[in-house]
Design a protein around this ligand. Structure first.
Ligand code: 5GP
Length: 225
């Protein structure tokens, strides 16, 4: 690295302002209907220690969703209170509803060394890149736009107009992919989850997550059994 140049993240687009926390933060984005929820479930089966940072939303709860597990479902007034109290790292209006990322307990988990995953739309992820440049940003892409359309129809939770809006956004979202670190294709959620496990494993072997081990060995210690 040239002297005087700010250190940047691995894809060179984000300045890294501080030493990363011991835990790894993973941000997953995908066009609506690309199957983020399923990937997340498969991922948690493979990595039970991975904590899901639950977002806050004013969107009405869908029948299969559980408050506090899928989202914290709140009123618009409560959402506004949280924004004004500075409790949200970022927030966005997506398809007419508000969504936001609570700073806590996510940052406490990361400081304690726990790995955290969260799901954001592209505008949310782009904002998080400024706040957490050291996080890993993964874009989950549907195998085709036709498949995305089919999944949205099958889910049946949106009106035809809302589905049309979501498909139009998918194109914009895919145009932002260069800001991300990795792309996984969600044709098979098990394979996508395996790919993300591989990404997390490699990221945790990066020098900045291993520096303490090197220091331990240099100080005469021994690692592992
Ligand atoms: P859905 O209503 O289908 O669960 O989510 C709609 C969109 O909002 C998805 O693209 C999802 O990733 C995004 N989203 C979920 N939580 C957050 C959040 O905390 N912040 C932002 N900016 N987007 C979010």
């Amino acid at each position: 690295m040239d002297a005087g140049q700010p250190e940047t993240s691995r894809n060179g687009t984000r300045p890294v302002a501080r030493d990363p926390w011991p835990g790894l933060m993973v941000v997953l984005s995908a066009p609506s209907g690309a199957g983020k929820g399923t990937i997340r479930q498969r991922l948690q089966q493979r990595l039970p220690g991975l904590v899901y940072a639950v977002s806050v939303t004013t969107r009405p709860r869908r029948p299969h969703e559980v408050d506090g597990v899928d989202y914290h479902f709140v009123t618009v007034e409560e959402f506004q209170r949280r924004v004004e109290a500075g409790e949200l790292v970022e927030w966005a209006r997506v398809y007419g509803n508000y969504y936001g990322t609570p700073r806590e307990p996510m940052e406490s988990w990361l400081r304690e060394g726990r790995d955290v995953i969260c799901e954001k739309d592209v505008q949310g992820a782009l904002k998080l890149m400024d706040v957490y440049p050291e996080a890993v940003y993964i874009f989950a892409m549907p195998p085709s736009l036709a498949e995305l359309k089919r999944r949205l129809e099958q889910r049946g939770t949106e009106s035809a107009e809302a589905r049309r809006q979501r498909l139009a956004s998918a194109d914009f979202e895919m145009a932002c992919v260069d800001r991300y670190d990795y792309v996984v294709v969600n044709d098979d959620p098990d394979r996508a989850a395996d790919d993300i496990v591989a990404i997390i494993r490699a990221e945790k072997l990066r020098v900045h997550h291993r520096r303490h081990l090197v220091e331990q060995v240099r100080a005469g210690g021994r690692i592992g059994g």
